[in-house]
Design a protein around this ligand. Sequence first.
Ligand SMILES: [Zn+2]
Length: 257
Amino acid sequence: MKTLSSTENTLVFEAEMSQYFANAWRRAMISEVPVMAVEEMEIMKNSSSMFDETLANRIGLLPLKTDAKSYNLPERCTCKGEGCAKCEVKLYLKAGKNGMVYAESITSKDPKIVPVYPKTPIVFLNPDHQVELELTARLGKGKRHSKYSAGLVYFKIMPKITIGKVDDVDGVIKACPKGIFKKDGNKLKVDESKLIDCDLCLACSEIDKNITVESQDNKYIFYIESWGQLSPKEIAISALDEIEIKSKEFENAVKAL
Ligand SMILES: [Zn+2]
């Protein structure tokens, strides 16, 4: 594996593995990684112009910083999902000031579980409006609800471009929509730093049949964009843990046959 680019919320890397595993891993990252989100909301007061349901939907979709090590998924918790300090955290929102209420106004019993983006607008309050809410956040998986989605993950196959004897060098350079080719003297060359942009459109080989574009066996470029609850690396690792847990369950089921 090799990192191609990395920021706080994104990670692009090259990886060599079977296509089956690459896809299983991608799917696990999208739908199996547990992240925190508000699951229940008790409304003590809501005199804002927003319906209770809309307010609940908005609050549910707020990404919360996730500390997956300190909390259990409700179904895996010792309380068997009834709710305890190991699987849920209480948050509060009390606002009565004229103007926009932002996610930063939410207070949490656990300072590690707070909204990722403090400036997310929630509801606008007129002078006589008030909201007072008690929120319960739990871990959940993206396959159950999109509010539990950890991020966007996709991969593409690493291309392999072979150049034979090419006459119309400028024509090929112009034809490539991604600007992958460059001129080296009079010869056509692939700009290796731009190779990952190739989406196998074959515009180059249409101009000259001596250029072949193939996909490299078992070599992929992964893109992970986190919504902020976990880092991209944490998403990748957590998905592997989930695959391991599933494999163990499978193993036990087979043993019980
Ligand atoms: Zn519990």
